[in-house]
Design a protein around this ligand. Structure first.
Ligand code: 23J
Ligand code: MN
Length: 259
């Protein structure tokens, strides 16, 4: 059997399952809050009714949206960051679609994050994961499982901010350097952005954004259900809308999982 007929048979039999990696997208979706020196935040999501089988459209229902590119479960393209601004194919309408279906390495940090919301995954921790599961393959996503998505129903719990700013887990600088060195297509997390809550104070600031996008790699944020993925073997489909000159896009991220 060809690879695709095997896949079709697996989908039909349930031997291959589809896992939903997206969180609901609506007015209650948690959104990033930047420090006060940056005056403009991404706006609250709005869903406006055009018609619902009524005088404005007797046979049809449809809505229009007000939506920031970096809202909810979303994709970061290289043009999102200044370090990636001059790269080729760096926006949502130009990036190569062949890279949008890719295997995932899923690193379980849920125990560490339960003990410390500011937990940072390090390069050494990735190397320890590789010793157990094998090397991160070039062209794969590296996904940080934290179970943080279980807080996604409440913006306060999801952002977890206090007087010292937001407290959520993410990668250290050397972690992202190693992810890039391994040839990963990108890095994804369950938190509001690809960087840790306290990443503005790192060197460089927001190292996931800075280093991923500098190297033409992608980011995935606000992923859900990473606890349903194996450490290796899942295939992730994460395709941004083809927004003209887009720096990112909400996505319906899914994963194909065996068994
Ligand atoms: C703009 C500025 C800082 C950050 C972000 C956006 C994101 O996390 C994002 O959604 O890309 S940290
Ligand atoms: Mn983003």
């Amino acid at each position: 059997m060809s690879a695709l007929s095997q896949l079709a048979a697996g989908l039909a039999s349930g031997g291959v399952r589809v896992v939903d990696l997206s969180a609901p997208l609506g007015p209650d979706t948690p959104l990033l809050k930047l420090p006060p020196e940056f005056a403009v935040d991404t706006p609250k999501i709005e869903i406006h009714k055009i018609s619902e089988y009524d005088a404005n459209g007797p046979f049809w229902a449809w809505n229009w949206l007000k939506l920031g590119e970096h809202s909810g479960t979303h994709f970061d393209a290289p043009a999102h960051w200044i370090t990636g601004k001059d790269l080729p194919q760096n926006t949502t309408d130009t990036l190569p679609v062949g890279r949008l279906v890719a295997p995932a390495a899923v690193i379980d940090c849920s125990a560490e994050v339960a003990a410390d919301p500011d937990y940072l995954l390090t390069a050494d921790a990735i190397r320890a994961w590789e010793a157990a599961h094998g090397a991160i393959e070039p062209g794969s996503w590296v996904l940080m499982r934290t179970d943080w998505s279980k807080r996604n129903g409440s913006e306060a719990a999801f952002l977890n901010a206090d007087a010292t700013g937001p407290h959520s887990p993410g990668p250290s600088v050397d972690c992202i350097e190693l992810v890039v060195e391994r040839g990963a297509i990108g890095w994804g997390t369950e938190c509001i952005g690809t960087d840790a809550g306290q990443a503005g104070g790192m060197n460089p600031p927001f190292p996931a954004h800075n280093l991923l996008h500098k190297n033409g790699r992608y980011g995935l944020a606000s992923l859900a259900n990473l606890d349903q993925l194996p450490p290796k073997g899942a295939i992730v489909v994460a395709t941004p809308l083809k927004i003209v000159h887009g720096t990112g896009s909400p996505i319906r991220a899914i994963a194909l999982v065996e068994g």
